[in-house]
Design a protein around this ligand. Structure first.
Ligand code: ZN
Length: 300
């Protein structure tokens, strides 16, 4: 993460404490303020720094535990995995990279998809995982996202997407880019069916993922300080040859400019999501209609 801009916004002139060495395991050092945090405490604070609020990057299973009611998540579509249609090799074989990512994360692809309950409400939930090849959008992810959206349509339940991605899966070339169109088309159907899609953008949400499904939410929430954009700040700066504004492409900046609806601390994610689901649910619509009916009857 670009810590400099985070620091600037949080506390001007703070000393960079990154030189302090910490043994692995029991303790973690905050990448921003240098605070040494006991592992258990970090877990309790949902991997956010108790001192400065910095949000550590976490994986899809951690987000699953934060968002879904305990034990309610049922994984779906886990059999859909990436293949290597181009026989792609850069410094390493794509198939080797895939195998390593699977071993490292225990996931079959860069998105964990399933059904879950959030404070009792049934949703389709998909969680991107940056730890799996940068959460990049390949054909497997595209297929899983399109199919989960279709399941949400069939079941008439909301779809919740947690985004965390560096963008398109370069190793799949044009096939990766096609996933942007595929996922967007299926989400358009979800929208036509009058069903809710909530997106939570986390650090980082960039490239083709931002340019497709991660921006196609009816409600877009973002974690504080997350980098959200299409091209990175350096590329933009080099292209337009102009100094970029303070906090450019961060959640708070996007909130100010209308691209994000609400910036939510990780500890509040579940409660906020639940409120949004309730607000758009049929029973709250029924309630609102009842209130309106009563008001009409009373001649108000
Ligand atoms: Zn900190």
């Amino acid at each position: 993460m670009d810590q400099v801009s985070w620091l600037r916004r949080r506390k001007p002139g703070i000393k960079d404490a990154r030189k302090r060495e910490v043994p692995d395991g029991l303790w973690r050092k905050c990448e921003v303020c240098g605070e040494i945090i006991y592992h258990k405490e970090l877990e309790r604070s949902l991997w956010t720094c108790p001192k400065c609020g910095y949000h550590f990057r976490i994986g899809s299973t951690q987000y699953r535990d934060i968002l879904a009611d305990p034990g309610s998540f049922v994984e779906l579509l886990s059999g859909i995995e990436s293949t290597d249609p181009l026989g792609f090799v850069d410094s390493r074989k794509y198939t080797d990279r895939l195998r390593d990512a699977k071993e490292k994360t225990g996931l079959s692809s860069a998105v964990l998809s399933g059904s879950a309950r959030i404070e009792g409400r049934l949703v389709m939930l998909e969680l991107l995982d940056f730890g799996f090849l940068g959460g990049s959008l390949g054909s497997a992810m595209g297929e899983k996202i399109a199919r989960l959206a279709r399941m949400a349509i069939e079941e008439r339940v909301p779809l919740v997407t947690l985004a965390s991605s560096g963008g398109a899966r370069m190793q799949e070339g044009i096939l990766s880019l096609m996933q942007m169109a595929k996922t967007s088309a299926m989400l358009a159907r979800l929208h036509d069916e009058g069903l809710l899609h909530v997106v939570i953008q986390t650090h980082p949400t960039t490239g083709g993922v931002t340019a497709s499904f991660a921006s196609l939410g009816d409600v877009i929430m973002a974690e504080p300080g997350a980098l959200i954009g299409f091209a990175g700040p350096r590329v933009i700066q080099q292209t337009i040859k102009q100094e970029l504004p303070e906090g450019f492409q961060r959640s708070e900046f996007l909130l100010e400019h209308g691209m994000v609806d609400v910036v939510v601390h990780r500890k509040e994610l579940r409660a906020t999501l639940s409120k949004v689901l309730e607000f758009f649910s049929d029973d709250s619509r029924d309630e609102a209609e009842d209130t309106l009916d009563q008001a009409r009857k009373q001649g108000l």
